[in-house]
Design a protein around this ligand. Structure first.
Ligand code: HEC
Ligand code: HEC
Length: 351
């Protein structure tokens, strides 16, 4: 009897040990998958119901499950067989990402700009979905633009950003730098047919507030959510070498001028809502709509370089609703055009 009991408990122990070994083997086998997917698992447990839905929105053209996304993705460099063109494309990419290194105040090619990089506003080398990307440039330019009242080439549009967003001087059309930037931008959009639309290009729409955006409400929000990188004085932070910014200025002498696209509140709010604080994406924004509008109002209320643009908007009825300089073809004030509310202005021009 005693022996039997002993045998049974021994068998029981062996069975438990075998179970344990079995479980351990499974855990070890699964470990690599768990480690590789920690982020995804973390997100699954952390996120509330809204981002979880958003997280299922495919972002890449070809996801691992083979689902085709609705969003544009840039073509791969491997498609370029012409080595001369490849050189231009690579240099163009460098110029977009590190403009200041070549063309800033301490640039090694020339000194044309305020020290910002094109990438500060055209994120990830101009490829980020709703990060003001260049996906639609090749397919839509040359194009008629109401700001100049002329048909603009890509070169003209690039120089607009040089003279306004980078508060600088234009590049010569035949310079190596201009040819490289244009070749890079054209390559990025080469998988979109002429006249076609690159889904997710430019900036994502944001609902208007029913009130004017408020710089006073925006200031403390800016201090809490943005100043750690862009500084309380809005002047940004330079790299230790003093050539490029690690965090670009948002106002002050080294920032974009008041003729730039980002000086318009709807552009600023749409950029900020879906791209800042740095690291957020259009499907996982962190600011509420109100926060995005009010912080943006605060940024554009601060001083910055002025650009005379006497030939802008030759047809004043084509001015965008948030263009902050009169005269207008409507009766709204410059202040309402700058900060909103915009719904009434929009209604006026619908008629
Ligand atoms: C301070 C922010 C900022 C910087 C820096 C900047 N841009 Fe822009 N850029 C914009 C905004 C905003 C728009 C869209 C403006 C609009 O539609 O009114 C734009 C539009 C463009 C477009 C047209 C895009 C389209 O789809 O029509 C091109 C091309 C462009 N920029 C090139 C450049 C280049 C090249 C540089 C660097 C030399 C540069 N930008 C630097 C803010 C910036
Ligand atoms: C963790 C650091 C960080 C924080 C926090 C942050 N930003 Fe940025 N921001 C950046 C970086 C880096 C860039 C330039 C991106 C690049 O060049 O790739 C940038 C670019 C910008 C730009 C376009 C460039 C320019 O000079 O106009 C704006 C506007 C902006 N940020 C606004 C904001 C606002 C508003 C907030 C707060 C809601 C914020 N940022 C919070 C790091 C940050």
């Amino acid at each position: 009897m005693k022996n039997d009991n002993y045998k049974n408990s021994l068998l029981e122990t062996i069975r438990k040990l075998l179970n344990l070994v079995f479980v351990l083997v499974i855990i070890i086998a699964l470990l690599p998958f768990v480690l590789l997917n920690l982020d995804a698992i973390g997100e699954f447990f952390e996120s509330d119901s809204t981002p979880k839905v958003a997280a299922t929105t495919p972002i890449n053209t070809e996801t691992s499950t083979g689902v085709t996304s609705i969003y544009w993705t840039p073509p791969s460099f491997e498609q370029i067989t012409d080595l001369k063109k490849l050189d231009l494309v690579f240099y163009g990419k460098e110029l977009i990402e590190h403009t200041a290194k070549f063309l800033g105040p301490k640039g090694n090619v020339s000194s044309l700009t305020n020290g910002q990089n094109c990438q500060n506003c055209h994120l990830e080398g101009g490829t980020k979905i709703f990060g003001n990307n260049y996906g639609a440039v090749a397919s839509t330019y040359p194009k008629m633009r109401a700001r100049s009242g002329t048909k603009e080439s890509i070169q003209k549009r690039v120089n607009d950003c040089f003279e306004r967003s980078l508060n600088g001087k234009p590049l010569k059309n035949n310079s190596l730098e201009m040819r490289s930037i244009v070749t890079y931008i054209q390559f990025l959009g080469s998988n979109i047919p002429k006249g076609g639309k690159a889904e997710g290009s430019g900036l994502k729409d944001l609902r208007f507030l029913e009130r004017a955006a408020d710089p006073v409400k925006g200031k403390p929000l800016y201090e809490a959510k943005c100043a750690s990188c862009h500084q309380s004085n809005g002047e940004g932070t330079r790299n230790p070498d003093g050539v490029e910014y690690s965090f670009p200025p948002l106002w002050g002498t080294n920032s974009f001028n008041d003729g730039a696209g980002l000086y318009r509140l709807t552009n600023m709010a749409r950029y900020v809502k879906y791209n800042m604080p740095f690291g957020v994406s259009h499907d996982q924004p962190s600011l509420s709509d109100e926060e995005a509008w009010d912080i943006s109002a605060y940024i554009i209320s601060m001083p910055r370089p002025h650009k005379n643009t006497p030939t802008d908007w030759p047809d004043i009825s084509k001015k965008p609703i948030d263009h902050p300089f009169g005269p207008y073809a409507d009766k709204f004030t410059e202040k309402q055009h700058k900060y909103g509310p915009f719904t009434a202005i929009k209604e006026f021009y619908k008629k």
